[in-house]
Design a binder for this molecule. Structure first.
Ligand code: ZN
Length: 229
């Protein structure tokens, strides 16, 4: 069975430009989680606590670069959803879905929880608003992902292709932020990863939405388990 590998990148960063060039070069689509209300005409810090560590947000005129990709909501302005009242959660999830759909003229299926935080209330609201799935952040402790669609658990982007191809289940999501690529060697690694994965017949690079839709489609077609007497 072909291994489906989805790669997803968060926050909509100025440093995504180099990644977007790599993806274009190898004709690969990825998923990008954006917070529509945070982008300004100029570059602004992604996190004012530490601009050197967390990078800068893509200015408004650069957002069109995400157009060929799978755009996901990262809420309107990156508030931790589990700390909000239910009406605020609804507002954040609904408005971001609407604004991104309008900006990119595509349906927004995916949601990426800011700081990876979700609970039953946030998952419930996300479902009501019409998302298909929600993604957490990379966390080895909650791996392997149990195919729970409201907490898709990714692996860190720097997980070798050979390791992915050896996983027991043929679905894996990778996640990260381009501010984590601090050295030239990181960018060389990432380009090599995408080049090799795009040329390897044992795997297929897909978007996160395509991966979830494929699994859901397969589950619907699987015969229900027989009852043993
Ligand atoms: Zn984020």
């Amino acid at each position: 069975m072909t291994m489906l590998i989805a790669t997803s990148w968060d926050d909509g960063l100025e440093s995504d430009r180099r990644l977007l060039e790599i993806l274009e070069k190898y004709q690969i689509r990825a998923s990008f989680a954006l917070t529509p209300q945070r982008h300004q005409t100029a570059c602004v810090p992604n996190d004012i606590r530490d601009t050197a560590a967390y990078g800068w947000l893509m200015p408004l005129d650069g957002l069109k670069l995400y157009q060929p990709h799978d755009v996901c909501s990262h809420t309107t302005n990156h508030r931790e959803q589990t700390l909000l009242a239910e009406t605020q959660i609804y507002e954040d999830l609904y408005q971001s879905k609407l604004q991104l759909a309008d900006m990119f003229q595509q349906e927004i299926f995916g949601l990426v929880w800011p700081y990876g935080c979700s609970n039953n209330t946030t998952k419930n609201v996300a479902q009501r608003v019409g998302y298909l799935y929600g993604r957490a952040t990379a966390n080895r402790l909650s791996w392997p992902w149990n195919l729970e669609f409201w907490d898709v658990v990714p692996l860190f982007w720097r997980t070798e292709l050979s390791i992915l191809l050896d996983l027991a289940r043929p679905y894996v999501v990778l996640a990260g932020h381009t501010y984590e690529l601090r050295k030239e060697a990181d960018w060389e690694y990432l380009e090599r990863f995408y080049r090799e994965a795009s040329q390897d017949s044992r795997c297929c690079l897909v978007t996160m939405t395509e991966l979830v839709q494929t699994i859901q489609g397969n589950q619907q077609h699987e015969p229900s388990p027989r009852i043993q007497f």
